[in-house]
Design a protein around this ligand. Sequence first.
Ligand code: RAM
Length: 869
Amino acid sequence: MTTIRVVTCKTEYRINPIGLDVRKPRLFWQMRSDHEGGVQSAYQIRVASSRDKLEHDQADMWDSGKVCSNTSTHVPYDGKPLQSEGEYYWKVRIWDGSDMQSAWSETAYWMMGILSRGEWNAQWIGRKTEPGALMQPSPFLRKPFEVKKKVLRAIAYATALGVYDLNLNGERIGERLAPGWTDYNTRVQVQAVDITDRLEVGEHVLGAILGDGWYAGTVGFLGNKVYGERPFFLMQVSINYEDGTRDNIITDSSWRTSKGPIHYSDMIKGETYDAREELTGWLLHGYDDSSWEAPDVRSGYNGLLVAEVEPPIRITQTRKPVSMKKTEAGTYIYDMGQNMVGWTEVKVHGERGTRITLSHAEMLNPDGTLYVANLREACQQDHYILKGEGQECYEPRFTFHGFRYVELIGYPSEPDLETIVGKVVHSDMPVTGQLETSDAMVNQLYSNITWGQRGNFLSVPTDCPQRDERLGWTGDAQIFARTAAYNMDVSRFFSKYVWDMVDCQQPSGAFTDVAPDAGWIRHKNWNTRLNWFAPDNSGWGDAGVIIPWTIYLMYGDVRILETHYEAMVKWVNYLKNTTNELVRPGYANYADWLSIGADTPNEVLATAYFAYSTKLLALIAGVLGKSENEITYQALFSDIAAAFRKAFVANDGRIHGDTQTVYVLALQFGLLTEEQRKQAQHHLVADIHERGDRLSTGFLGVGYLLPALTDNGSLDVAYKLLKQEAFPSWMYSIKHGATTIWERWDGWTEEQGFQTPSMNSFNHYSLGSVGEWMFRYMAGIEADPKAPGFKHVIISPKPGGDLSWVKASYESLYGRIAVAWSQTEEGDFRLEVEVPANTTATIHLPDLAASVHKVGSGRYVFESISMLN
Ligand code: RAM
């Protein structure tokens, strides 16, 4: 028997998921080998309808037989049709390169959710609007029930138009801010929770609290009640008893509802909680709910009920404050030491009726007060009114804040550093990237990039987490997508987001600037008539092609390309149909957003991005085997590139606008002739030098800047920009204490102080898209589009910038890829590489001979001793 072992079996990117609605779920596994060059030459998968059957080798659903293939990711289930709420157990074994067979993997499973609408018996329930209240109290809903027989399996399927918290017998059983944000007019995601172990014979109580969420609460600056008037909840619990019978507990008119202590809880407006109005014991059996009302039953819902695609939103960390200061006004200002997103929990002891407030901000004013000017209409305040019964502990429920500083107002005694803790809240994506260097500031930059992701990947990739915006801006998402995919496993997060984009794609084919749309288009269409806004925006709508491609590149996910191919074709055709001889009009009015001292002409940007979307679409058509389309779009790309050169490139290679961004885009998107490439490189480097080795790029150019320099022979300039400390630069913000990426280069400067507060977020991730370069070039962990998902790994570290060492790793679908390089001043160089089983790697050494090594899995060390020694 071989020494190769199968580990980490996943279904649809998850370990043992439940509630799926994909009819052909994809199976993934990893392998570990004790030897170098471990590969899989064949596999066999067995799927059974029970654990017992699988263990007795009765694969009643599917036995793939021995399949000669090295594929170990995205293998689609291909057995008998899957049943609604069916459970499926599977295992896999593999054959290695010498055709030796491994042992079977451990048993994995998945469960299907409710597959057809007809099987939903539950009704949507809510609570009537509270008369006279401007902000609505959160409805509490409860249902006692009895379990009379032994339970074999019980799954709760739940969702809301709004957000909900789910409890069973007083314990939370769901996640935070579920079901997340989708275009509720089109779809809502259903969460499934396995409650088998909690349903013993006896009395039980299900309880839910509803919040307005994105459905009825305030969405950015787009107002409230964007999708509906007030929240509703839907749940169906399927109970299978040991005796073979079944039962359902459903939301319907037999539930009871009441308002409770939450006077309001709004994403943008914060929360007020009056502990005197707590419904003590409501989650327990025996509570008297006779004063509660019957719920309001909603007649139906026209959207789709889909299985949850996105990863759940969770509290992933708690953080203690690093310092506390009493202000002259008698309040206390805490510093959390990190700009973070989530909320604060506070402990308090005091008289009944005392009101305390937690106010949140990212920065302090020069006088030491909270800087709240940049919040616009958002109110990051939570108010708690004490019940006066000993130690009380409070945290808000359906809101979140972007903050580093917390002001505690009205506290009845002397607080200390133990009084509050910060809770970090976001979509819980497994961390896949690690990156560390010999330079503390570079490490801080990497930390700031990851905190930007933690702070803004909350159901959708939001631009910022603090002011009244927090929208899924597509341009920000596309420029950061590759960086995000190195840092964390964003497979599910972006798979969901691409649905958000497709759900609001316009009939014209235009992808929108924000997704979910939430009324922005209506707002914009109105303004477009006044010529304020464009029907599409280059670099924003292109996310509809760039993000699926990125997911393909990083995970080898072909299904995302198949699923959304038509939408991508519509986008490119739309662009083509709105051009003038393939030159895009100049209305893309966000331009190279927040560039500094350099205005890139809109038509140059728009034509470059049009070419890029088309180029990617040709590649995608190729992947999908649509060779005619591939040829068509490849030809269209060449024509756009020719039109670009004709319209914008002068004889001396200067590109219209002459900004760093025009050169960077033309180089990275492949729009130039060989000679023009050299000229562009020259002009780009000259511009950087003229600015004192400083950048000028905005959101659309910044992600490509260092790659363009490095690919064209100016690695040294790329490192200079990375390490530049003078304004504008990444390190300038770090020198001034940044712990996240700022929205703008000049968010705060020594000369001007704070930028105009109407647009001055200190937690926007876009300018952090340099993270991609850090992994791909500095560390040198690169994907290969010909063998995507790191089936073939390209290792090509690029030492420079006085760094004496860099260590980075990336947890791919195959396992860990790691690179560690070090160099001495004398020029000695050492490289350690780790390559996971069932992949191959091509290692490019940065030595004089630029030697190339092709290897299989294993650990490798390369050393070169300088001739100078
Ligand atoms: C700002 C957003 C976002 C950007 C758009 C154009 O309001 O913060 O980051 O994409 O405008």
